[in-house]
Design a protein around this ligand. Structure first.
Ligand SMILES: Cc1ncc(COP(=O)(O)O)c(C=O)c1O
Length: 459
């Protein structure tokens, strides 16, 4: 194995496992063969792991997930063997109740304190939570004898919409977004509502730009037409409340609006939990009752779409709330906002560069380097340098997501690289070719340490 810290991690694990499995060596005649297989398996794991960039490399700028907090990791591992079954693992049920109440309170749902059961559950992710929201809406409609089946969905919504349509037999009516603002027109949404409309799918923190739909206006429509208004805050749910606490202007989007029926949020995105932790929260119990299932064996009341579910996700979500709490998440967002300001101001000081959307709604920046061709070149070259980064549709911009794993030195590195690339574009306006970048790319690789994969020790 080559000498890098990621591999060391595997070597150490291998050695620990080796000792553990060899404790009873005299009893096992096949121990030598097993040891060879163990070694080979771990060598393969180490090799496979080398394919992925680590968050610590500071090169990852395109994911909505982020490096889990060590407290969340530890909590996850401690409960990794527990299922969501009240009789067998009451601890997980207790933590889930607390975790959902914490989120309900964060999203201004006062009902949680007066009900026996939690107003939602920790799902395996945001897609599942979105499906469950409309599962409840559809079943509520059936229970009241109604036949409404259409959902109004802004074009910018996450592709959960496709699965909702397919699995629940609902029809999504797509509303195009305004080219300039990337947000739907409320009048277009209202025009699309008819007698068959069951709900609206809103987003607080879109995947592409982190935008917030006009949820206050949607809420008014939901009240007026008796619709289920679901807010997908998978990405924005752990940012927007804290941005507001930090005196940033954030429009109302949560249960403080009377028309909001349900909210999705992902602890495994900005909640800094390991993957496998999403959440759905309803306004009141009637939604859960519409799909809840009483099983005979084991004798449980199941309020989730999943069957077996890892207790680790619940423990991680709960532990972060207890350990970090509101203050911790607020400080996290504060740090992210200061890095955003630094990157934004540095890149905007370059000639001819502008923001694709201004003001920036959350923690996604889109830069336009003057033309689609410039954007394409900068994006491609950044990728060649090893950055994980994505572009906007038709090369209309370069998109950078700032998370807590992006430290000041990482911000400096990407700013330096972008500045160098931009300088070449400006200098060679007339005769720009990809080879114009060759020498600077090589230099940047050495100076910035920006090899395609940079492996640093995980904390
Ligand atoms: C707005 C939004 N909703 C839903 C999802 C889906 O979440 P998950 O990947 O946890 O299923 C995402 C993730 O990309 C998202 O950005």
């Amino acid at each position: 194995m080559t000498e890098n810290t990621r591999n060391k991690f595997f070597v150490e694990d291998f050695e620990k496992l080796f000792k553990l499995l060899n404790k009873d060596e005299n009893k096992d005649k096949n121990i030598d063969k097993k040891n060879i297989r163990l070694k080979r398996t771990f060598e393969d794991l180490a090799r496979l792991s080398l394919m992925d960039a680590t968050y610590n490399s500071g090169m990852v700028f395109n994911t909505e997930c982020c490096k889990p907090h060590p407290v969340a990791n530890m909590a996850y591992l401690s409960f990794i063997d527990r299922n969501m079954c009240k009789e067998q693992y009451p601890s997980v049920t207790l933590m889930e109740r607390d975790a959902i109440n914490w989120l309900a309170s964060l999203f201004n749902n006062k009902n949680y304190s007066s009900v026996k059961d939690p107003l939602g559950y920790i799902s395996s992710g945001g897609t599942v939570a979105n499906i469950v929201a409309f599962w409840a809406a559809r079943n509520k409609e059936r229970l009241r004898g109604g036949k409404r089946f259409k959902i109004i969905v802004p074009e910018s919504a996450h592709y959960s919409k496709v699965k909702i349509e397919d699995l629940l037999g609902l029809k999504c009516v797509s509303i195009p977004v305004d080219e300039e603002t990337q947000i739907v027109n409320v009048e277009d949404v209202e025009k699309a509502i008819d007698d068959e409309t069951l709900g609206i799918y809103a987003t607080a923190g879109t995947s592409r730009f982190g935008l917030i739909d006009p949820i206050k206006e949607f809420s008014d429509l939901a009240i007026k037409h008796n619709l289920h208004l679901h807010v997908d805050a998978a990405f924005g749910g752990y940012i927007l409340p804290f941005m507001k606490m930090l005196d940033n202007e954030v429009p109302d989007w949560d249960f403080s609006l009377p028309g909001v029926s349900s909210i999705t949020v992902d602890p495994h995105k900005m909640g800094l939990c390991p993957l496998g932790a999403g959440a759905i929260i309803f306004r009141d119990e009637s939604f859960i009752k519409a799909y809840r299932y009483k099983a005979d064996f084991p004798k449980i009341t199941n309020n989730s779409l999943e069957g077996s579910k890892c207790g680790g996700a619940v423990a991680a979500t709960w532990a972060m709330q207890q350990y970090w709490g509101i203050e911790g998440y607020k400080n996290n967002v504060k740090n992210i906002l200061s890095i955003i300001d630094y990157i934004k101001n540095s890149i905007l000081s370059l000639e001819g560069v502008s923001l694709v959307l201004n003001p920036i709604p959350t923690n996604i920046l889109g830069f336009d380097f003057g033309s689609n061709e410039n954007n394409r070149i900068i994006l491609e070259k950044l990728k060649q340098l090893g950055f994980q980064i994505s572009g906007l549709r038709n090369n209309s911009g370069v998109r950078i997501i700032i998370h807590s794993h992006v430290k000041l030195e990482h911000a400096r590195r990407i700013i330096n690289c972008i500045t160098e690339l931009h300088n070449i574009i400006v200098k060679n306006k007339e005769e720009l070719s990809f080879s114009s970048f060759d020498s600077v790319l090589n230099e940047l690789k050495v100076i910035q340490g920006a090899e395609p994969l940079v492996f640093e020790e995980e904390e």
